[in-house]
Design a protein around this ligand. Sequence first.
Ligand SMILES: Cc1cc2nc3c(=O)[nH]c(=O)nc-3n(C[C@H](O)[C@H](O)[C@H](O)COP(=O)(O)O)c2cc1C
Length: 187
Amino acid sequence: MSSTDRPLLQVLIASTRPGRVGEPTGRWVAQRAEEHAGFDVEVVDLAEIDLPMFAEPKHPRLGDYALSHTRRFSAIIGRASAFVFVFPEYNHSYNAALKNALDHLSLEWRGKPVGLVSYGGVAAGARAAVALEPVLLALGMRPVAFAPIPMIFQFLEGDGDERRFVPDAEVDKGMTALLDGVAAELG
Ligand SMILES: Cc1cc2nc3c(=O)[nH]c(=O)nc-3n(C[C@H](O)[C@H](O)[C@H](O)COP(=O)(O)O)c2cc1C
């Protein structure tokens, strides 16, 4: 939680399946964001948030949520100034849990800069990022930077809960550029 007047950056881990590489990857992104010193940093893990499939009776832009899990999620996302989305490529698009999370809210996303960290095989999740961009624009978000991670498994070390993301120099440089890009948008 924010204890300073620095903007709050949320690192959103989009993958929800057991054994996901998104979790160690997102933790590394959050650690890099903390080292960047431009933000307070919070991890938003969609596996922990555990949203059911979207079932709000009213359009989210009204902010009149019927369901307690939507109200909880609204309070979390509403306090962010900016985001980094860490998301996998599933079947040449981004994962369904991320779309479900985006659809749940409206004003909470609007106008906020977002850096995109996609990952997958040789295409580095690029098709997922391309599919995601018009959705972000529809929500009025500002996608400002992109750091794709190719062949993600080469950067994972250890097993189970001990699994860590260990980048090479290129991936690390890409993360610095992404965080600089998000920080620049926050002035
Ligand atoms: C349902 C599903 C579809 C996938 N489709 C793609 C794909 O289109 N392109 C790709 O590069 N990798 C694909 N993969 C491989 C994922 O990139 C890889 O499993 C990665 O670990 C998924 O991220 P996660 O572990 O954080 O869920 C797919 C994986 C799953 C489970």
